[in-house]
Each structure stands twice: as C-alpha cells, then as structure tokens.
Design a protein around this ligand. Structure first.
Ligand SMILES: [Zn+2]
Length: 396
C-alpha cells in the first residue's frame, strides 16, 4: 500500500573525507573514531578511518574540511498540517527552514492546527490518512515528515483504533488535545493502542491554548503512554516536583521541547541523569506553536542542555538523533552503515569561544551548519538560519 516517495535517494558512490569529529547518535558512545563516511545509493555503507574503509571508485567526493558531522536531527514533536505551510502562524516554508537548522526528520504530534479540523471518527481518520499520505509524497527540501497522528476523542471505541492500524497509522497525536485527557479515559486508549501496535504520546501540563486540556502528573501516571510529550510543558509545565516524579516512576520516555519551559527541561535532565535514563530522553520543538516556528529550535535545545544543563555536548546531540529514532522506531538517527545518509555538517560558529564545535555548544553557542544532506543528497549549502560556520565542506 505504501506509495514510493517522489523524492528518491542519491545514486552512486559518495565518499566524505576529512571529517574533524564524527558524532554517532548513540548516547552511550557519542563520538566515533572516524574521519571518513562512504555512502552508496543514499545509504551509509561504511564509517571509519580513511585507510580502513573502501573509498575507491567514488562518483562524488565531499571534503568536510575538518567539520563535524552528526546524524540529521529528528524533531520528536511538531505540528504540521499540509504542505510547507502552517496556519498557526500563517507561515510558509517552515519545514524547509528547519532543514537549514539541521532537521532531517520531523514526527507529527497531531495535525491539530488545520482550521476547522474534524472531531468525528471518520473525519479524524480521514485527516490522519491524508496527512500521512501527503507527506510521504511531499518532502520540503528532502525532509521526512512522519505525519498522520489522529487525536483521540471520547466517543472513539476500539474499532476506531483497529481501523487506524489497518490504514497503516502507527502513532496517534497527543492524548489531551481532544476530549480524552483524564487518566482513566487515557488509560483505555493506551491499552487498546498497545494491543494494536500503535504508539501513544500524551500532552503533559497546562492547556496549550484555550479549549485544549490540562493534563496532570496523575493523568500521565495512570495512562502510561509511550512518550510523555513535553514533560517541560507545551508551554506550561507541570510543577517541577511532578517532572521529577514522572521521570523517577513512569516507564514512559520523557520528552523536552523548545516551545516549553526551559527551567523544567533542565529539571527533567537532572532527574533523568539521576535515574540513569539518558538513553530514553527525547528532544522536540512543539513547533509551530503560539511562540512561533524556530528553525534552530532543535539546535537550541541541544545547546541549552549542554550549556546550562551541563550535559556532555556530544551526548546532547544523541538526545536529538539516536534517542528519538530508537524510541519512535525510525530508519534514521545514527551514523551507522545501513541507515540513510541523513548527515549534518557543522562547525563552531565564527566568533565563538571554544576550540571546536562541542566547546562552542558547551559555552551556549549554537553551531554553524555548512551543509545538510538527506538520503545522500546535499539539500543545503551554508545554512540560511544558523550563524556562519567557521569552516564549511566542499564538493570535490
Ligand atoms: Zn501538547
């Protein structure tokens, strides 16, 4: 049933040389001992030292000029509608600008900003299917938007979720954005979805906008979704002791977002480190939102956690890449043979303190991006949204 995307991977052999720093996406081993990446037909074929991988017969070469490379960032939480336009801020090309901010995959938490969106079962299912199919065919600047996230309502029974599974919908939108918001109702939905293999996420904290719902720590505890969406609020966070309690006692993965409460994000990080759950912590943006669309939102969250939060900067990038891919079951997120060559090239921004990009990030500066590649194809040169990188890669 899955239609092929109209955006096909690169063909042929690509060799990327002179990488100054290779970030793996794996929080347990975030830096690779590698300066060369080989890509064949848009997928990573090898990562290693220049003399340990097969670089012969390249059709294309990129000289990284000492830049760092990282798997493409994955926004665990966004709200697309249709096309590269958001009615929330009446803004066009926001996904393309996110690619300039290093984002190569975006996961929808619900297409809730569609003006007049339906709330009846047939309409909600139809909207999810349409969004999913449209974004499979439409990839702004090559971005992979995983859309089709229906928002649960109280009158939807188990048959509704069965019909979602049959339609190929594999995750729902935020529980709490519709009429299902309280613990017992939400628990019924997460139970059905778990039986059917559908991933569940739950809005956490105060209402995001008039008419949406307040979801408490107790509601989340009882519902036990797969992901605690914006544990730091979207944008209003639960009390800080509630953040700590959820991290300590809920099996769900805690997610922090850019359009949330920064202080609560740092509280979450400290709790996660104390609980030894760093591999489960996810980063998203919750954009577009009332606070706007921020193409550098993912980079800003990485930088927040590494600078004010004291998290190792290389590990911080893993929270925005491999952690999200692992939890959300995505074919992405690691600099590893077999995965699509979704790769961000970046360096310390011009004028920054710090000897390299990780030190610059630790000092609170977002990196400068020199190129974003998706499926082995360069999609940007020097980023239009980050400050200028000190060095940029060149096509040889
Ligand atoms: Zn939310």
């Amino acid at each position: 049933m899955a239609a092929e995307s109209k955006d096909s991977p690169a063909q042929g052999k690509l060799v990327i040389r002179n990488i100054g720093l290779a970030l793996s996406g794996d929080v347990a081993a975030p830096v690779l001992d590698a300066d060369t990446v080989v890509v064949i037909d848009g997928r990573i074929a090898a990562v290693g030292g220049a003399d340990s991988v097969d670089t012969a017969g390249a059709d294309t070469e990129i000289d990284a000029q000492g830049c760092a490379v990282c798997p493409g960032l994955i926004d665990s939480h966004c709200h697309p509608v249709f096309g590269d336009w958001t009615p929330r801020q009446n803004q066009s090309n926001w996904v393309e600008m996110n690619v300039n901010g290093g984002v190569t995959t975006l996961v929808s938490a619900g297409e809730v900003h569609l003006p007049g969106r339906p709330k009846d079962a047939e309409g909600v299912r139809a909207l999810a299917m349409t969004a999913q199919r449209c974004f499979r065919n439409f990839r702004p600047a090559g971005a992979k938007v995983i859309a089709g996230a229906p928002v649960p309502e109280l009158d939807f029974d188990r048959d509704f979720y069965e019909s979602l599974a049959a339609a190929g919908i594999r995750h729902i939108g935020e529980i709490g954005l519709g009429t299902v918001a309280k613990g017992p109702d939400a628990k019924r939905v997460t139970g059905w979805c778990r039986e059917l293999g559908i991933e569940t996420i739950m809005h956490t904290g105060g209402p995001s906008i008039a008419g949406s719902h307040h979801v408490t720590v107790e509601d989340v505890r009882e519902a036990a979704p797969d992901v605690i969406s914006h544990i730091n609020g979207g944008p209003t966070a639960v009390p800080h002791e509630g953040v700590r309690e959820l991290v300590a006692n809920s099996p769900a993965a805690p997610e922090v977002v850019h359009n949330g409460n920064e202080r609560a994000a740092l509280t979450c990080l400290a709790a996660v480190q104390e609980a030894g759950r760093l591999a489960e912590m996810l980063i998203g943006t919750d954009a577009p939102a009332g606070s706007g669309v921020q193409p550098n939102g993912m980079l800003r969250m990485v930088t927040l956690l590494a600078s004010l939060g004291g998290l190792d900067a290389a590990q911080a990038f893993a929270l925005a890449t491999g952690n999200v891919a692992r939890k959300r079951g995505l074919d992405a997120g690691f600099l590893r043979a077999g995965l699509p060559a979704d790769i961000v090239f970046f360096d310390r921004p011009e004028g920054s303190g710090g000897r390299d990009v990780l030190e610059a990030v630790t000092l609170g500066n977002i990196p400068g991006i020199g190129m974003v590649m998706i499926d082995g194809k360069p999609r940007t040169g020097r980023s239009r949204t980050t400050p200028p990188a000190a060095r940029v890669p060149s096509l040889a």
